[in-house]
Write a protein that binds this ligand. Structure first.
Ligand code: ZN
Ligand code: ZN
Length: 352
């Protein structure tokens, strides 16, 4: 189980961005590995947590999807943001920023950094019935895809050569003077965008980026019982990344159309039906509308207003165990009675 990021920073879920930042600074100072009593593992954990919670947008994603939103790229934890995860936004952290820069840049994380493609978010509205049964939906987007002409290499001839700017490492090193002395930090090479190679001749279709916008048809299975506002994540179906990074993800936010007579209640579907006074007393078979069409329902004799009748398996079709459809019965008491009807009821009342 991944650790709860709020626990890692020791803040409440309701903490403000300022409180999160301040908790992070305190802990980062305390556990910095260069300090006596530092703890590198802990320090990294704190950092990873702050990368998410310190960014309002990522924090919102985390709140909604948990750490699942960030599982990608095989690092466990926060690889989902790929190279971005390493692009610390030091902002006003001052010297602490330099320490991080040296640690993550010039220090241990040698090698190339590829950029991940951007995520795409789309809204999809489904019918109540599709919500109850689950549905296959096709989503058509115009998005960045790997270039078919060069198969993503960006090279017209298919050949590449080592990047002259970074010598093929994909990173450029920059030395900076800091209060702690000279620190080396690194940045993704601007010439080859971290790939370490440049095309011999740029592909005409994608201008050497390896991606270009094209129509994309994506089939998605929407499971039964989705809730309004719930988000499905389709891995790797976001924007393709230029220069060979992993694709982003597609997030589908679902909306469910209201039904005229049916309502959802967890795995149940609920509706109401009005029956006459006599039907309630004597019992009857009536037609009721379900998500699966019209069904006959037996109203037992002696049914009271407010009684609930159950149609088994006519609720939300969760594969594990379909829910039921509950029908609340309302008995209509006659408002106008003829003289004869009144007499009959009075006689009836005396006999019961
Ligand atoms: Zn191309
Ligand atoms: Zn380069």
């Amino acid at each position: 189980m991944p650790k709860d990021l709020y626990n890692v920073l020791g803040v409440e879920r309701s903490a403000s961005q300022d409180e999160i930042k301040s908790a992070f600074r305190k802990l980062a100072h305390k556990y910095h590995p260069d300090k006596a009593g530092g703890d590198e593992q802990k320090f990294k954990e704190i950092n990873a947590a702050y990368q998410v919670l310190g960014d309002a947008q990522k924090r919102a994603q985390y709140d909604q999807f948990g750490s699942a939103a960030f599982e990608n790229g095989g690092q466990g934890g926060f690889g989902g943001f790929g190279a971005q995860g390493m692009n610390f936004d030091f902002g006003d952290l001052g010297d602490l920023g330099d320490l991080f820069g040296s640690m993550f840049g010039g220090g241990r994380s040698a090698g190339r950094r590829t950029h991940r493609g951007q995520d795409i978010e789309v809204d999809v509205t489904i019918d109540f019935k599709d919500m109850a049964f689950g549905v296959e939906r096709a989503i058509d987007l115009h998005k960045l895809e790997v270039c078919k002409t060069c198969k993503g290499s960006g090279s017209k001839t298919g050949k590449t050569r080592g990047c002259g700017t970074c010598g093929g490492s994909g990173v450029e090193r920059v030395a900076r003077r800091t209060p702690l002395g000279m620190m080396q930090s690194t940045a993704t090479c601007g010439a080859c965008h971290g790939s370490g190679t440049t095309p011999e001749e740029a592909c005409g279709t994608c201008s050497g980026t390896g991606v270009h916008k094209q129509p994309s048809h994506i089939e998605v299975t929407i499971p039964a019982g989705i809730d309004e506002g719930q988000v499905l994540r389709v891995r790797g179906k976001g924007q393709a990344a230029p220069y060979g990074g992993p694709s982003g993800d597609l997030y589908i936010r679902l909306f469910v159309k209201r039904h005229r007579t049916l309502e959802r209640d967890g795995e149940l579907i609920r509706s109401r039906v009005r029956i006459g006074f006599t039907q309630a007393a004597l019992g009857d078979t009536i037609d009721v509308q379900t998500v699966d069409g019209t069904v006959e329902l037996t109203v037992p004799s002696g049914t009271q207003s407010g009684d609930e009748l159950r149609l088994r398996g006519k609720g939300i079709r969760f594969s594990s165990k379909p829910g039921d459809h509950i029908i609340t019965v309302f008995v209509e008491t006659p408002r106008k009675l003829s003289r004869k009807q009144k007499k009959l009821l009075e006689d009836l009342d005396h006999r019961i």
